[in-house]
Ligand binder design. Structure first.
Ligand SMILES: Nc1ncnc2c1ncn2[C@@H]1O[C@H](COP(=O)(O)OP(=O)(O)OP(=O)(O)O)[C@@H](O)[C@H]1O
Ligand SMILES: [Mg+2]
Length: 233
């Protein structure tokens, strides 16, 4: 089966989220961006909110390079906080206001200037971004607002069935479209029984397609990754 990003409310692209931080969202988003760029599409990339940023956001750099984007870094990553915390917590401790309006404006501009948009979330789905008017705004609300289908990046080892199914459940509860799951080996793990059986179990129990499995290091830097062939521009 091939999956085309020509989806939701006119936005052509994907929102790459994860079951956790450090699972390989940037790795997967960069692969996608590079793939579409090589196909000749004008690819816009975005890391709307980042924390733990010292000078510039490294995820934004990686995405910019992969997409061959000439957008300025502050449009790719409009909100950067210094403390390595959930944005909601970093905003409080840094006494700095997170302005999501610049995210929405930047997103609209990137959307209108490009063929395909690839957005990387921050951490997992229920990472709190900020509180305003008594309501907490989570990454999931950002996906809803951007109206993009999701690619979910998960880790491969024992425990991932729980995290992946929970995330899928939370996406479905809001009617967010899920393009598929990628199991990424962000670190070297033993390919034990759990690692070998997790993808098919997740697919069977959730009905969400597993687009692919990225091995530790093996697929890095490669232009051709098997799962990318399942994504149709
Ligand atoms: N397939 C892989 N092989 C080797 N290293 C990998 C692989 N995938 C990810 N990594 C490494 O693992 C680390 C975490 O990956 P990545 O930065 O893509 O995760 P993330 O989900 O984007 O994290 P964050 O929540 O901080 O944005 C990085 O150092 C990355 O280079
Ligand atoms: Mg990242």
């Amino acid at each position: 089966m091939r999956y085309s990003p020509k989806i939701w409310n006119g936005v052509r692209g994907f929102f790459v989220t994860g079951t956790d931080t450090g699972v390989g969202k940037t790795e997967v988003a960069a692969r996608l961006a590079g793939y579409f760029a090589r196909k000749g599409f004008k690819v816009a990339v975005m890391k709307p909110v980042a924390t733990g940023v010292k000078r510039t956001c490294s995820d934004a750099w990686i995405l910019k390079r992969a997409a061959c984007s000439d957008e300025p870094l502050n449009r790719i990553n409009p909100v950067a906080l210094r403390l390595p915390l959930a944005p909601f917590a970093a905003e409080r401790l840094e006494k700095k206001k997170i302005n999501l309006d610049i995210v929405w404006r930047g997103f609209e501009k990137l959307k209108s200037d490009s063929d395909i948009v690839i957005v990387e979330g921050i951490g997992g789905l229920m990472v709190p971004l900020k509180k305003s008017g008594g309501k907490v705004f989570y990454v999931r609300d950002m996906i809803l607002k951007m109206k993009m289908p999701v690619i979910l990046v998960a880790r491969p080892e024992l425990g991932t069935i729980n995290h992946t199914l929970m995330t899928i459940g939370m996406l479905r509860a809001k009617g967010i479209k899920i393009a598929g799951v990628i199991f990424n080996h962000a670190r070297r793990v033993k390919k034990d029984l759990a690692v070998r059986t997790n993808p098919s179990i997740v697919e069977e129990l959730s009905g969400v397609k597993v687009l692919g499995i990225m091995d530790y290091n093996k697929d890095r830097g490669k232009r051709r990754i098997r799962w990318l062939r399942k994504i149709k521009p």
